[in-house]
Design a protein around this ligand. Structure first.
Ligand code: FES
Ligand code: FES
Length: 184
């Protein structure tokens, strides 16, 4: 179970719900794994091989990050680990431990992130299932490539079964523009 040292309310909230990680507490390892998620510290006492995605969705109830394929292929589960896009379905808790994780819920707390704003302006989402992952991958891309070429955008490997790729490409360019304007 997570044991947030400074967030007892959240801890109680998580502990009140039967979860996958609760099953692991009978074989509690000697050391807890510290992890920071959306700026808040937690500890994971369960199976160190449990995927980060399970911890986010089933323990913390941060369900904005989606389960798609479960094998690292689709990108629906993309989060930022120390600012870099990563597939949370194939990231074990022991790998994520001691790192800073950002999910779609933690992207911005006071206003929309420019990437989210661009997604709205370009009306990207169809069913929406893949879009949190698409947005998180784009945040990472634009951090590395503030003026992305079409080739740079093509490196985004997140899949969209609704085929929103043309709108995603436009939104990435719009988000880059918004971010550049923000920096002026
Ligand atoms: S659910 Fe993680 S890559 Fe598909
Ligand atoms: S919008 Fe439906 S899967 Fe991408």
């Amino acid at each position: 179970m997570p044991t947030p040292p400074e967030h007892r309310t959240e801890s109680a909230s998580a502990e009140s719900v039967p979860t996958e990680s609760a099953k692991h507490t009978s074989a509690r390892p000697p050391a807890s794994l510290p992890i920071t998620i959306n700026g808040k510290p937690y500890f994971h006492d369960g199976d160190p091989q449990m995927p980060l995605l399970w911890f986010l969705r089933d323990v913390l109830r941060l369900t904005g990050t989606k389960f798609g394929c479960g094998v690292g292929a689709c990108g629906a589960c993309t989060v930022l680990i120390d600012g870099k896009a990563a597939r949370s379905c194939t990231t074990p808790m022991q790998t994520a431990a001691e790192h800073k994780i950002t999910t779609i819920e933690g992207l911005e707390t006071t206003a929309l992130h420019p990437v989210q704003q661009a997604w709205i302006e370009e009306d990207v989402a169809q069913c929406g299932y893949c879009q949190a992952g698409q947005i998180m991958a784009t945040v990472d891309l634009l951090h590395r490539k503030p003026k992305p070429s079409e080739e740079d955008i093509a490196t985004l490997s997140n899949l969209c079964r609704c085929g929103t790729y043309p709108r995603i490409r436009r939104a990435v360019q719009r988000a880059a523009e918004l971010l550049r304007n923000q920096d002026k």
